[in-house]
Design a protein around this ligand. Structure first.
Ligand code: FO1
Length: 329
């Protein structure tokens, strides 16, 4: 089997779990490149925090707190408590003591003029995730959520909506601030052009996969790549396994179903695709779910990432569906 280069569009916790299963499912010589959402990023106490990049890096590097799914294992919160003692806002987003070192290094390197892709590579030199981690863009793109707080319509940073308000405020719209001036990060277009297989991880279709595909030039690069494109549904039996995809999908008019999300991503090659900018050749849904997407091969397999074995099995199923798509291309 020739060395295979699998490229994955991924968000945070779900994407990180999927990538660890994919790493187990591919051969030792095969390469994986993850193109990771940076719309969740924020600047806090003067530090640049990249939750999805860090979650993937810590998960694959063995430093993640598996219970929370984000942040470091064996974490302590002394600095957070000291900041609270000073009434330093915002207090609703916790930065652990170990995690802070990552943000200090990142901020120092960004301030010195390094691109986020170079910073990520430097941080990964320590963590050795076993895959290549690329931010979707080296420019700042921040997801803001337009909500009606009761005292009027406001835009909140995604993290304030998600962490402070637990997504309880109904989103009217998601806005990616800065996306118009953003470009795919260094290495992203090369990875897409070099990919043998392209996967859309079971991440949030709106604020993770949607944000990545919204970077100018990225959707087109996915549509033009030679590799088969296979997505995995983050919705099982009408609900997200974790996270808040069900809170996001209505804001973009998409039903919270495996079929709804698959149709939203759209067929890459199909006269039937309404918008003509679809990206999928194949779509994996969970056993028992179904999806009719003209021009897209749909297969039902277990999609619950309950442990390393089931996650590796679903990654292998995605690769197998990609082979089916490749043969029939
Ligand atoms: N999530 C929370 O619910 N509360 C937090 O205080 C929090 C802090 C935090 C710090 C660093 C980091 O990388 C992630 C953090 N998260 C926290 C999770 C974060 O909101 C999510 O990982 C993603 O942004 C959503 O996918």
């Amino acid at each position: 089997m020739p060395v295979v280069h699998v490229v994955v569009l991924a968000g945070g916790v779900g994407g990180a779990r999927f990538l660890s299963g994919l790493r187990a499912a591919v051969g030792g010589a095969d390469r994986i490149t993850a193109i990771v959402n940076t719309g969740d990023d924020l600047t806090l106490h003067g530090l640049r925090v990249c939750p999805d990049l860090d979650t993937v890096m810590y998960t694959l590097g063995g430093g993640i707190d598996t219970e929370r799914g984000w942040g470091r294992a064996e974490e302590t919160w002394t600095v957070k408590d000291e900041l609270a003692a000073y009434d330093a806002e915002p207090a609703w987003f916790g930065l652990g003591d170990r995690d802070l070192a990552t943000h200090l290094i990142r901020t120092r390197m960004l301030d010195a003029g390094f691109a986020l892709s170079a910073v990520t590579e430097a941080l990964c030199a320590r963590w050795q995730p076993g895959i290549t981690l690329l931010p979707m863009s080296d420019e700042r793109v921040e997801t803001h959520v337009v909500v009606d707080t009761g005292e009027g319509v406001r835009a909140l940073h995604f993290q304030e909506w998600w962490v402070r308000h637990r997504a309880a405020l109904t989103p009217r719209e998601f806005v990616q601030v800065g996306v118009a001036d953003a470009r795919p990060a260094a290495g992203v277009l090369d990875a897409l052009a070099d990919a043998d297989t392209l996967l859309l991880a079971p991440s949030n279709p709106v604020v993770s996969i949607g944000t990545i595909l919204g970077v100018p030039g990225l959707r087109e690069a996915v549509r033009e790549c030679q590799a088969p494109v296979v997505g995995l549904s983050p919705i099982i039996a009408g609900a997200p396994v974790r996270g808040m995809a069900d809170k996001c999908l209505p804001a973009v008019g998409v039903p919270t179903s495996a079929e709804g999300v698959g149709q939203h991503y759209g067929a890459r090659n199909s006269a039937g695709s309404r918008t003509g900018d679809g990206v999928l050749d194949g779509w994996l849904v969970h056993n028992g779910d179904r999806a009719e997407i003209p021009g897209v091969r749909v297969r039902a397999v277990p999609l619950l990432m309950t442990d390393a074995g089931t996650t590796a099995a679903m990654a292998a199923a995605a690769l197998a569906l990609a082979e089916e798509c490749r043969r029939s291309a």
